[in-house]
Ligand binder design. Structure first.
Ligand SMILES: NC(=O)c1ccc[n+]([C@@H]2O[C@H](COP(=O)([O-])OP(=O)(O)OC[C@H]3O[C@@H](n4cnc5c(N)ncnc54)[C@H](OP(=O)(O)O)[C@@H]3O)[C@@H](O)[C@H]2O)c1
Length: 435
């Protein structure tokens, strides 16, 4: 642990001055007294790394602060705390490693790096007697990481269920409330600044996978690598799915879920049906929510803004204050969990839940019986059937089947067989029902 005596300022090196970096720089420059009052020592922004020094900024920095050379921060012995808000794996991961090896404390908002390389970096921090905090990497302004590491540490967790991507939640809320198609809802999200020009990371679920990997690691103390998490995006959802789900008493949300099942972890990101009276069903727009179920605390749900300059700055500066408060003679490592490589990640094939299936079929007698027979042969029992939207010209109709709990592998097998029936035109949706 860096041994700074009590009134020596904490010099900070900031890597990145974009949406989050701009907020952090503004907080440090505009309210230094508020921050120092909390840390008990002056906090001083010493250098800021950017890619393009000539780019106009929306934060006014004193002369001489900006650099394009990472060594001005990583090799400066006077900088004891590095804040990384560049994003992406490279070069951010290398900068984090270099900072930790140089004995600097680190705060990062980088979910990709923490999901892919978190355990390695946390061990490195431990070896070099410094702290690595990353509250902003999941849920923006929601203090979920601190809760799992500290306030809820007495629990064994059974599950983490969350809405942790504001972009997809905004799109799904628009599709549900205004019967908007996916493409229109996405372009509106882009106009509002909620979705990036290339929205792949959000709408295909990669962003949520990184965040779930971090949360599951903290909840279960085991490494849950991003590639072990089943992932489905939201691009195939259609307005009918929302209409029929609503009739059946459900909302559709993109959920990131990790559950501990008989010694194995089941982790998945996908759009799913949630009962309308469930708290997660009521999380709308760009809001995020994380619900954990612990052995002692029961269910705890944290809800708030999951992204944006203000909420993310709140989490980053909160970490920075925690580290700065703890500096000085006699400081001890801050609480931290390093997930272990223990294996035991279960395949999606083993999932058991209820299903919502939407199929386009020939509109004639006996078709439903053929589908029911295929489902029955795979041990899948039907809970309800709705026949919808008959198209007299094409002589087709849409049916929606919900099932009782069934195993994913058998459901996939049944749909494969059903797709080969001459009377099945198309299998439009397979969605899980998460009660
Ligand atoms: N935005 C949010 O709401 C939010 C929420 C939670 C977490 N986060 C996380 O916070 C991090 C930053 O996100 P952001 O939205 O602030 O990103 P951003 O607006 O794109 O800003 C990135 C900053 O990093 C600098 N940069 C990028 N590559 C660099 C390189 N190779 N060398 C030096 N500087 C480099 C850029 O410099 P130039 O300005 O010169 O291009 C820019 O200032 C990411 O890990 C993100 O996942 C963001």
């Amino acid at each position: 642990m860096s041994d700074l005596s009590d009134n020596i300022p904490v010099n900070i090196g900031l890597l990145g001055l974009g949406v989050v970096g701009g907020g952090v720089a503004a907080a440090l420059l505009e309210q230094p007294e508020d921050i120092s009052a909390q840390t008990g020592r002056p906090v001083n922004l010493k250098k800021v790394l950017v890619r393009d020094a000539a780019r106009p900024r929306d934060v006014q920095l004193p002369d001489g602060l900006i650099t394009t050379n990472p060594e001005d921060i990583l090799a400066d012995p006077d900088i004891s705390l590095v804040v990384e808000v560049i994003g992406g794996e490279s070069p951010a991961a290398q900068y984090l490693q270099d900072a930790l090896k140089a004995g600097k404390h680190v705060v990062t908002a980088n979910k990709e790096v923490m999901a892919k390389r978190g355990p390695e970096l946390l061990s490195l921090a431990q070896r070099h007697n410094v702290n690595l905090l990353y509250e902003a990497s999941v849920g923006g302004g929601i203090p979920i990481i601190g809760c799992l590491v500290k306030e809820l540490a007495a629990n064994r967790f059974r599950s983490v269920r969350s809405i942790i991507n504001g972009t997809t939640n905004y799109i799904l809320t628009r599709m549900a409330n205004d019967h908007t198609g996916f493409a229109l809802a996405l372009s509106e999200a882009q106009e509002q600044g909620y979705a990036e020009a290339d929205p792949t990371n959000d709408i295909e679920g990669y962003d949520a996978v990184y965040k779930l990997s971090i949360l599951a690691g903290l909840a279960f103390h085991r490494r849950v690598p991003p590639e072990s998490i089943h992932r489905e995006g939201i691009t195939r959802l259609q307005p009918q799915d929302f209409r029929y789900a609503h009739e059946l008493g459900y909302a559709i949300k993109s959920l990131a879920i990790a559950t501990m099942e008989e010694g194995g972890i089941q982790a998945r990101v996908y759009p799913a049906l949630v009962p309308q009276d469930n708290m997660l069903a009521k999380v709308d727009g760009v809001y995020n929510a994380v619900e954990v179920e612990g052995s002692l605390c029961g269910r705890v749900l944290i809800h708030g803004r999951g992204a944006g300059r203000g909420p993310t700055t709140s989490a980053v500066v909160g970490d920075l204050i925690e580290i700065a408060r703890n500096l000085g003679a006699g400081s001890t490592p801050l609480p931290s969990i390093t997930p272990e490589d223990a294996g035991g990640i279960r395949s999606i094939d083993d999932l058991e839940c209820q299903y919502f299936l939407r199929l386009n079929i020939a509109d004639r007698p006996g078709v439903l019986a053929q589908i029911a027979r295929i489902l029955g042969e795979q041990n899948i029992s039907i809970a309800s059937v709705l026949q919808k939207d008959a198209n007299p010209e094409a002589q087709t109709a849409e049916i929606v089947i919900t099932t009782h709990p069934a195993r994913e592998l058998w459901v996939q097998k049944a749909l494969e067989l059903a797709a080969n029936l001459e009377v099945v035109q198309e299998i439009n949706s397979l969605l899980r029902i998460e009660d």
